[in-house]
Design a binder for this molecule. Sequence first.
Ligand SMILES: Cc1ncc(COP(=O)(O)O)c(C=O)c1O
Length: 330
Amino acid sequence: MEVSKFQDLPTQILQAHQRINPYIRKTPLEYSPSLTSLGNGSDVFIKLESEQMTGSFKVRGAFNKILLIAGRGPKSRQKGLITASSGNHGLACLAACKKSGIPLKVYCQKNVDSGKRKTLEDRGATVVLYGEDCVDAELEARRVAKHTGVEYISPYNDYDIIAGQGTISVEILEQLPEVDVILVSVGGGGLIGGIARYAKQVKPTIKIVGCSPEKSKVMHESVKAKKLIFEESFDTLSDGTAGSVEDNSVTFELCRDYVDEWMLVTEEQIGKALVYMMQTHHKIVEGSAGVSLGAFMSNPEKFKGQKVVIVSCGSNISVSTLQDLLNKYL
Ligand SMILES: Cc1ncc(COP(=O)(O)O)c(C=O)c1O
């Protein structure tokens, strides 16, 4: 019987780990004395994907996918690629496309973070603004790709992308085999899907916690409803995780079957977490990273006595947003 891509994911993650190794950073797993002291007997570590190339974990999935495409030969490269992104996945695909000499068009929703859009354009991507929600941009990019015979790269609804993101789990389990719980911010679910699938395979007792902003929690509500649902999203500091999820996304089953618990955070908790990271770790992180950090900080007692890893997923934030947050919360 053929093994499905879903079942085979841990193997794909290990293959991705080898494939992308020359192009990405093995990010530090930094011990946090300050979060540990909040956590009443827990030991807290931060997986610094915010220090990854291009400023987020997204290069892992992008390099895995694009190296596979480039390996198919010059014909696949010449046609170029189309993707859709709230910014970070676009930046990551651009880095991988540049390495492979592939032109890239990125569809972004109209309210995409202006700093991320500018960086994409400055680095040579063609940016097309479309729709109000990231899923509008995704569906349009998919439609145009099909119409023009160009390959579309989903930011999360693709096993090669998920396998790339899952390589974070390989590193965490090497860096801290005793880890009990991993907190991860959730958008489309590619990041947590890959992390959870591999971690549970290697260490079934591990607990995976999915974290979302109260203002945009589509996957959280979908898992509750036992099917992917549409729910309106509102503006949030966590622009990377915001918005709807493609109807048929393969990430749904991963989130339903491999995520143990879900936590929601307010905008204030996200903002305070970003300021806290500057004060205590002298690190700049973006709103999406503030979601997993804020979830831990909102209820440290919950993790009493455990070895906790918080995935800090990105650092692409504008100086003006940081300035507002410092004015508000410092
Ligand atoms: C910084 C950051 N964190 C988290 C996410 C969420 O990842 P996923 O959509 O795979 O759940 C994104 C997605 O763009 C992101 O850019």
